[in-house]
Design a binder for this molecule. Structure first.
Ligand code: XMP
Length: 309
């Protein structure tokens, strides 16, 4: 595919569709929403309002990092702090699909309010081909797939424009690179829209999110030299007996996930050196006193998926 041609075609499409109206987009910092943000601003400039919704389930320092990257590109990003709303929506939910639905509903409610406020008619969104294929295939409902599964996006008060929906992750990276995004953006590890809520099995509470946030940044730091497609720490909804300070403790279990993939449709497990795995275990159990067990996940996709829910 000629990605330069693709970019020009999409800029024209966005311009023609939006006309003199206003549009909004939610940036998460992932490569998909980052590419859409730049495409949108190239197409319609100030008619596009870009917001970053702090869902409370982002990685360590994510809101500041993302806003700063875009500042460097001359694009203003507004922060909407919706953490309380998301944690309220997650309360008492353990079922994975229910959790995804709670996230989606809160996300579009918050976004719908911003759309109304700014009198926008369009939502520019970074949905990619894999999101649609997996949602329609019934594997998991990705948070950003609406009309394709019969959810009328206009019920949230906007029309959706999805300029990347024909591309897979590797294609989006090419587009993002050509759009002039920095390497830390176009080579960024994929991070699911529902964020760390996909990595907390069972109820998503502030405390439990904090555990995967801390464990996740240890794992990212230790494995970044291997340049895997994605690394993650997952908190299981089970416990294991351990010994802390000479006393029995029935503690948390963290799974470490690291995979290699091109398009996220299939994935192989990263061959991590034993020494690195041991260091990860030490850092997690000494930094997080509630954790008594650390596991390394050996499952490729298929039969597993990359994330845990
Ligand atoms: P799975 O777990 O389905 O993940 O093998 C495939 C890729 O998609 C990411 N992912 C999501 N991305 N919204 C997104 O934008 C979502 O709801 C979502 N769920 C999974 C996942 O991180 C992986 O890169």
């Amino acid at each position: 595919m000629d990605y330069q041609e693709f970019i020009e075609k999409k800029i024209k499409e966005i311009k023609d569709l939006v006309g003199s109206e206003k549009a909004i987009n939610a940036l998460s910092g992932g490569v998909d929403s980052s590419a859409v943000t730049v495409l949108g601003h190239r197409a319609i400039g100030d008619q596009l309002r870009t917001v970053f919704i702090d869902t409370g389930v982002m990685r360590e320092k994510e809101p500041d990092n993302v806003i700063n990257i875009f500042k460097g590109l001359g694009i203003k990003v507004e922060l909407i702090d919706a953490q309380d709303e998301f944690f309220k929506a997650f309360k008492g939910i353990e079922d994975p699909e229910e959790k995804r639905k709670a996230f989606r509903n809160t996300f579009y409610t918050v976004l719908g309010r911003a759309v109304k406020e700014s009198k926008a008619h369009y939502l520019l969104q970074g949905t990619i081909a894999a999101d649609i294929v997996e949602t329609k295939g019934g594997i998991k409902t990705q948070h950003n797939v609406l009309d394709q599964i019969g959810i009328d996006s206009q019920s949230y008060g906007f029309k959706v424009i999805e300029p990347l929906k024909e591309l897979y992750k590797d294609g989006v990276r090419e587009v993002a690179k050509k759009l002039g995004l920095p390497e830390e953006s176009y080579q960024r590890m994929p991070f699911p829209g529902p964020g760390l809520s996909c990595r907390v099995i069972g109820e998503v509470t502030r405390e439990r999110v904090e555990i995967v946030r801390k464990a996740g940044s240890i794992v990212e730091e230790e494995l970044k030299g291997l340049q895997p497609f994605l690394v993650a720490a997952i908190l299981l909804n089970d416990r294991a007996t351990g010994v802390i300070d000479g006393k029995r403790a029935f503690g948390d279990i963290i799974c470490v996930r690291s995979v290699e993939s091109k398009d996220a449709m299939t994935a192989e497990v990263t061959e991590v050196p034993w020494e690195t795995l041991r260091r990860i275990e030490k850092r997690i159990t000494s930094g997080l006193p509630s954790v008594t067990k650390v596991l390394y996940d050996l499952s490729p996709k298929p039969p597993s998926t990359i994330e845990y829910i």
